[in-house]
Design a protein around this ligand. Sequence first.
Ligand SMILES: C[S@@+](CC[C@H](N)C(=O)[O-])C[C@H]1O[C@@H](n2cnc3c(N)ncnc32)[C@H](O)[C@@H]1O
Length: 356
Amino acid sequence: MSSLFLHCRPGFEGECAAEIQELAAARGVTGYCKAKSESAFVIFQPHEPAAASCLHEVISFAELIFTRQWFVVIAESNELPLTDRVKPLLASLQTLPAAVGEIFLETPDTNQGKELSALCRAIERPLEEALRKTGRWQSQSGHETVRLHVCFLSSTAAFAGYAVPGNSAPWSMGIPRLRFPRGAPSRSTLKLEEALLHFLTAEERERILQPGMSAVDLGAAPGGWTWQLVRRHLRVTAVDNGALAPELLESGVVEHVRADGFRFQPSKPIDWMVCDIVEQPIRIAELAAQWLVRGWCRHTIFNLKLPMKKRFQEVRSCLAHINERLQEAGIVYDLACKQLYHDREEVTVYLCRRSA
Ligand SMILES: C[S@@+](CC[C@H](N)C(=O)[O-])C[C@H]1O[C@@H](n2cnc3c(N)ncnc32)[C@H](O)[C@@H]1O
């Protein structure tokens, strides 16, 4: 009986489960979730066995805020022999819908999961080889393929199945492997780097993040986000009463304004506003909506911090608020929201005014 395997941040299983249930129900599919606190994954089991693969087609991965990666489960193995895991795994995968073009060997994002990473590395080649031998491997582009996912819960237990590459994260477990850049003033820098990678295509990054473009960074100190923008040669106004890393000021393209981000107004319209202020999410949502409504910026990336209990509902009401404000103002926009790997108790939102 097939189901959906959803990777999430440990501690956010409840949000991930509530979200998939709601989205499935909106498509007329009912089911239940198996979710253990801090396990970093959720299983959604539709009542109708064939529905899991349909849901993987009709729900867009971009709609899922609390899911980092997902796949359709075809097999659950609990007693894989230590001597040969490949043969029984392959035998359980007879119903793959197409040839395999890529393999992701995964674990849940937990400490226990990390201990299984050597096993994942060791099994990748033999699995690819075995698929090749049985004619189920397709390395040439232009052919319709699926990505094989095997997620180990222990050295003998795994969920296995497939994802459609265009409707899932391009990274194993939904985790982009980013190196902390030398010279960046804070680890927060990786949040914006991941956001730019996640929300924008390579073509968009080139087109809408051009050298010489202007940006405002609200709540900028010590400057990790500003650093990412400077790295791409944007001119940045960094707004924060706190101190900014001196190297940023020396770059010649950063102006530090000591002011309240909720009161700051740019002297002329700019390309980007980014905001990492720790505040009530609804205030940040209103601030971002205002920047678009007043025509102060075209693109914005901001964090909604979620220290409260009802995190799913909180995000939903913030996004509904933005929608209401922009619709009232007749603004056509694109919005995407995700709990990224480098996000902690927060989600990241990308919002932009659509071109006329
Ligand atoms: C999480 S830190 C930002 C880290 C920054 N993004 C980085 O990468 O280094 C939040 C910042 O928001 C600033 N902040 C808080 N309230 C603010 C406000 N009303 N206006 C401007 N900055 C504010 C704080 O001073 C703090 O430096």
